[in-house]
Design a protein around this ligand. Structure first.
Ligand SMILES: [Zn+2]
Length: 530
């Protein structure tokens, strides 16, 4: 007997093939049958006429490891149709955690706004982390990458230098252990210390370990604005030097000097593929990025960690130099009016969230760089920012490329619990925005092409053998959605709003959303690479 039989659905199977009418049956955790007029008895028969049935979306670039201990149902992702999110991106992550270095890792993760479980970091490796996550269970699946930063912190702290031979060997060994325990790859965040302290040779050495395990190298590349060509070339060189599959994270043409250049970036990747490097990219469909405000602080000022950064900002001589460089960095990017501060925690500054650096400087009667320094000092390093730095035409050019997966760069949030915290709308809207705005309204790409970029394509990049398509025998991670209603509701002004249009969401055959309501079930788990 089937558990579910979806009748008369418009099937979009994840391969990019044209939609067709079909019935889909589920038994246990698997897709049991796909065809027309399927026979058989089912516990639940769903009339899927007029609705689209497709594989659950794979968010190839997520950060829900920041919040999943608080939000184990990963609501903001589930409501977009996501059934698996890749965590451990941008070099960030919660493992490995060397016994003596947990404090340094926790310090680092606080800077990036990670919330830790009660009891803090109790694990040493992926196996321990996954066991801790699976103990509580999850609404949807997560597939972990190893963050390069925890590898480096476990080995050499926050030091701004290349690793010694023995240190590099130690990083390689820690990486190999995580891969043996089921990590799908490694990520780097080459704008964030300590990732930014790594030279290309260190990354090639680690990528060779990945290549040996058939794992992915995902990179927030070293520069996304005027030096982006060189940064893409470095990612390609890491692929060429190691044989690893390369995934360029959240590809974008950022800053005034890159306006209209998205096509050139895509051509650069295509040329690398033609030369034999397996390189692709992902993207979130928005014209603003979001990260920590400390991204405008020069790299050297971060050496040694948060306390050292705050001490340098407060030091008259070094502080003056840092202010000057912050001024240059803001001018080079989007200007102080294009940077909106989010997530001020202190009582004193809470009301500033949602305002631009330019307005805050005006209010305080100081220069924009002084305002940045004061915010970082008063918030002890932990303050977010949204950077309005991309042109809509470039966003569309990248989205239309068939080699680019959709990835949110967002993390799980919950409207009821997080509703007053400023955040980027991508955490709630990404997948629904592609299907509503760019497929239905703007007709930038077809429904089948868009869904492939959320399912079959990322599954192939990651090496998922049994997810990402609707085929008998594969895991029943499925979405039933209303193509007329699917839409993102989250905006920059009002980011906390779940996406609309998801009717049913199954994870391993169990309902997470049923008839448009969240069930509270936790069929999700930490997926490990076999
Ligand atoms: Zn990133």
């Amino acid at each position: 007997m089937y558990s579910y039989l979806f009748r008369g659905a418009t099937l979009v199977d994840g391969s990019g093939s044209l939609p067709c009418m079909a019935d889909v049956a589920v038994a246990g955790d698997r897709i049991a049958a796909v065809g027309t007029d399927l026979d058989g008895v089912a516990e639940r028969v769903v009339d899927a006429g007029g609705l689209v049935l497709c594989p659950g979306f794979i968010d190839i670039h997520g950060h829900s490891d920041m919040t999943l201990f608080r939000h184990p149902l990963l609501e903001s992702k589930a409501w977009q149709g996501v059934t698996t999110e890749v965590i451990g991106n941008c070099g960030l992550g919660l493992f490995p955690a060397a016994a003596g270095g947990r404090g340094a890792l926790a310090d680092y993760l606080r800077l990036h706004d990670f919330s830790l479980p009660d009891g803090g970091i109790e694990w040493e490796d992926l196996a321990g982390y996954a066991a801790r996550v699976d103990r509580d269970g999850l609404g949807i699946n997560v597939a972990p990458l190893v963050g390069h930063a925890p590898l480096r912190i476990a080995t050499m702290g926050m030091e701004d230098r290349p690793p010694a031979v023995a240190e590099l060997a130690r990083m390689e060994a820690l990486l190999a252990t995580a891969l043996q325990q089921g990590a799908w790859g490694m990520s780097t965040g080459l704008i964030y210390p300590p990732g930014s302290y790594a030279e290309t040779g260190e990354l090639i050495a680690l990528a060779r370990v990945l290549a040996r395990h058939g794992a992915l190298y995902a990179s927030h590349i070293r520069n996304e604005s005027e030096k982006i060509a060189a940064a893409l070339d470095e990612a390609v060189a890491i692929g060429a030097g190691s044989g690893v599959r390369v995934q360029v994270s959240h590809l974008k043409a950022m800053g005034g000097s890159n306006r209209g250049r998205a096509g050139e970036l895509l051509e650069r990747l295509a040329a690398a593929r033609a030369a034999g490097v397996d390189v692709a990219a992902d993207q979130y469909p928005y014209n603003a990025s979001a990260t920590t405000l400390t991204a405008v602080v020069p790299q050297w000022a971060h050496a040694g960690g948060v306390a050292a950064l705050l001490a340098r900002l407060a030091d008259p001589a070094q502080g003056a130099e840092i202010r000057m460089q912050i001024g240059h960095e803001m001018a080079r990017r989007e200007g102080a009016a294009g940077i909106v501060v989010t997530g001020c925690r202190s009582a004193r500054n809470r009301g500033l969230s949602g305002e631009s650096v330019a307005r805050i400087a005006g209010r305080w009667g100081c220069s924009p760089e002084e305002a940045v320094v004061r915010l970082i000092l008063e918030e002890e390093g932990n303050v977010g920012a949204i950077f309005f730095s991309m042109a809509e035409e470039d966003v569309a050019t990248i989205l239309a490329d068939p080699g680019v997966s959709v990835g949110s760069d967002g993390h799980a949030l919950n409207v009821a619990q997080d509703g007053s915290e400023p955040t980027h709308p991508r955490s709630y809207g990404t997948f629904a925005r592609v299907l509503g705005r760019y497929v239905r309204e703007e007709r930038l790409l077809s429904l089948a092409a868009a869904i492939r970029k959320m399912t079959g394509l990322p599954a192939g990049r990651l090496g998922f053998a049994d997810r990402g398509m609707v085929r008998p025998g594969l895991v029943a991670d499925l979405v039933l959605l209303d193509p007329e209603r699917i839409a993102d509701c989250a905006t920059y002004a009002e980011p906390h709003c779940y996406a609309a249009g998801i009717v049913h969401l199954l994870v391993a055959g169990r309902p997470v959303i049923e008839d448009g309501k969240m069930t509270g079930n936790r069929p999700g788990k930490v997926l490990r690479k076999p």
